[in-house]
Design a protein around this ligand. Structure first.
Ligand code: F6P
Length: 540
């Protein structure tokens, strides 16, 4: 499937990205996309017109159109779990019917949105309160998709917060809940237990600890604990009445669930109106994705750039570099979205993949990354495609001089990665400082090979709608890459084995069971833990 692209890459790879601009004066226009207020530039890659055409051909040969329609009409494209993938219904604000099992799901989607709004308004205006009065703090307890989305979005949109403060507990490490609950008033705190399955051990353990904390501090569990889940019998077993459970159907995967009840902490923080703007941002991308030809389709071209860099050029990681402090959690969010979706080893039908699927996704906000790992990005032997993003305007009008520097740094990095600084140029810079052998030595350490690809996504300001745009763009990217790679992007069996072993091991670590038949390395680790456990007497 990739052979024509591979051979084209072998011819292209000795070329310089910068020279592509000389041979095509329209390159900037032809290798960028404007969608609403966003500008996506992928001209700083080695993709030339032939590569672009071959990449777009992949969309045709893998029937991306048919696959998209199949997803959007609710076919069970998550075949191992026999589930549909319809999270886009959660942001379908104009309520055009979407059918699942022959029933229009939109009335129930809008009904749930309405109950979230009703609840959020009541909490925010104080008519729904805790035993100590108006709710001032929200503690969301969840992990993976039940944490990364709401925590990322809540911190991204902090300038819009006018509701209670939000805190997030995900790690089973007792340090996390201890630090998050410290100094909170249990009589004014609302606990949101967020778990699609309501079985996840980390969340259930933290939920019990938090409930005990609330009870011990005089909180009212009947008004201060709500759940977000699709498992009503389990939430009832936990003691949460059905009217305090915000449910979602099986056709919403955990890592795609931010648009629905999982987004409740965000709605509480920014208010229903701004939450709707966020949904509208996602909806705009749905329309763009459905109705735009592939070459002008932002998420599709983002996906094709990803395929080009990973499957064709063999660059096996991708750095997400938001020059936006409020998007500091975006790389972690995208890590789950991309790696849990596309980190697969078999095709949809279960055959071994002949190529690696999703890349390793990582990153950190600029400018901090520049002073940490950018050394490798500029001079390391590995090539890491970089995905920059930056807002043109900040929320800190009085600090515009900071923001000018931020943008300048973002643009400087992509420019430096592409242009580099060759031996001759480096010599010219250093010739007055060093002589002879010392000059050659210094030059060898200070040249930059350049020709390192990057993309830039630039937008006017990080608003709720804009954030909705960004998240939905990346969701479709994951989908498109999955179709081209012929994998199921919507299951996550890779996380199960470790969970099973952890359950067995927890009994051994707590001294309830004796370890037998384990591999020598794990056994030695267990022995060391047991020898040095301070609480051994009480648990053994
Ligand atoms: O273990 C992985 C996973 O199932 C993720 O896919 C999911 O987002 C996370 O755990 C949390 O699951 P739940 O919402 O059911 O607690």
């Amino acid at each position: 499937m990739f052979s024509a692209l591979k051979s084209h890459w072998f011819q292209l790879r000795s070329q310089k990205i910068i020279d592509l601009f000389g041979s095509d004066t329209e390159r900037v226009k032809n290798f960028s996309i404007r969608f609403n207020d966003l500008y996506f530039d992928y001209s700083k890659t080695l993709i030339d017109p032939i590569a672009k055409k071959l990449l777009i051909d992949l969309c045709e040969s893998t029937n991306l159109k048919g696959a998209s329609e199949s997803m959007l009409v609710g076919d069970p494209i998550n075949s191992t779990e026999n589930r549909a993938v319809l999270h886009s219904a959660l942001r379908n604000l104009n309520a055009t019917p979407i059918y699942f099992d022959r029933a229009n799901i939109m009335p129930s989607v809008l009904d749930t949105l309405g109950s979230m709004e009703h609840f959020a308004n009541n909490v925010r205006n104080g008519s729904w309160c805790g035993s100590g009065g108006k709710i001032s703090e929200i503690v969301n307890i969840g992990i993976g998709g039940s944490d990364l989305g709401p925590s990322m979005a809540t911190s991204a949109l902090s300038p819009y917060h006018d509701g209670p403060r939000c805190h997030f507990v995900s790690n089973i490490d007792g340090a996390h809940i201890t630090e998050q609950l410290r100094n909170l008033n249990p009589r004014k705190t609302l606990l949101i237990i967020s778990s699609k399955t309501f079985t996840t051990i980390e969340t259930m353990t933290n939920a019990i600890t938090a409930k005990n904390w609330l009870l011990a501090g005089g909180g009212d569990p009947a008004r201060q604990i709500v759940a977000i889940s699709s498992a009503l019998s389990r939430t009832a077993d936990f003691g949460i009445p059905d009217n305090l459970v915000f449910g979602f159907a099986n056709w919403v995967g955990g890592r795609f669930s931010l648009w629905g009840p999982t987004g409740l902490p965000l709605m509480l923080a920014i208010g229903p109106e701004d939450f709707r703007s966020f949904l509208r941002g996602g909806y705009e991308v749905d329309q763009h994705f459905k109705s735009t030809d592939w070459s002008h389709n932002l998420p599709v071209m983002l996906a094709l750039v990803g395929i080009w860099h990973h499957q064709i050029c063999d660059f096996c990681t991708r750095a997400i570099l938001p020059y936006d402090q409020r998007l500091a959690l975006l790389p972690s969010y995208l890590q789950q979205l991309e790696m849990e979706s596309n980190g697969k080893g078999v095709t949809k039908t279960g055959n071994n993949l002949e190529y690696p699927a999703g890349p390793i996704v990582w990153g950190a906000p600029g400018t901090n990354g520049q002073h940490a790992f950018f050394q490798l990005l500029h001079q390391g032997k590995q090539i890491v495609p970089c995905e920059f993003m930056v807002a043109i305007n900040s929320h800190e009008a009085e600090l515009s001089h900071h923001h000018h520097l931020l943008i300048a740094n973002c643009l400087a990095q992509s420019e430096a990665l592409m242009l580099g600084c060759d031996k001759r140029q480096t010599e010219e810079h250093l010739v007055n400082e060093f002589l002879g052998k010392e000059l050659a030595f210094q030059v060898s350490h200070r040249t930059f090979s350049g020709n390192r690809p990057s993309t830039t996504l630039i937008y006017p300001k990080l608003t709720p709608k804009l954030l909705g745009n960004i998240i939905a763009i990346y969701e479709y990217r994951v989908f498109v890459e999955g179709i081209i790679l012929n994998i199921n992007s919507f299951d996550q069996w890779g996380v199960e084995l470790g969970k099973k072993l952890a359950l067995q091991l927890s009994k051994i670590i707590s001294g309830q069971e004796i370890s037998t038949g384990r591999d020598p390395s794990t056994q030695a680790l267990i022995d060391f833990v047991r020898q040095h456990q301070i609480d051994k007497e009480s648990t053994g």
